[in-house]
Design a binder for this molecule. Structure first.
Ligand code: H2B
Length: 96
């Protein structure tokens, strides 16, 4: 099972991402993605969904039109693991 990152490792990993913030009161990270329209948002979600299945690691997300509000955490570990950082990096990359 993926291991929870230490406080230091988590901070270091977060510094490699842009626009992600720690969720208050819960060990998770969050970013709100904005796209040109629903088609672009949902296309991105579809590509991430394929990756999520491959990784067996799934985002918590909420979509309204062109926005996707994403929270990442590893439920099995009760916090942030490398899986969340890898997923966040892929989300950023796929969105650019
Ligand atoms: N996704 C996330 N974000 N955290 C998990 O702990 C997790 C998951 N566990 N996707 C996986 C599925 C697990 O429930 C299945 C049984 O492999």
């Amino acid at each position: 099972m993926a291991k929870k990152l230490t406080d230091d490792a988590r901070r270091q990993a977060l510094a490699t991402l842009s626009g992600w913030e720690e969720v208050e009161g819960r060990e998770a990270i969050r970013k709100i993605f904005q796209f040109a329209d629903f088609n672009a948002a949902f296309g991105w979600m579809s590509r991430i969904a394929l990756l999520a299945e491959k990784m067996d690691h799934h985002p918590e997300w909420f979509n309204v039109y062109n926005k996707v509000d994403v929270t990442l955490a590893t439920h099995d570990a009760g916090g942030i693991t490398d899986l969340d950082i890898t997923m966040a990096q892929a989300m950023d990359r796929f969105a650019s």
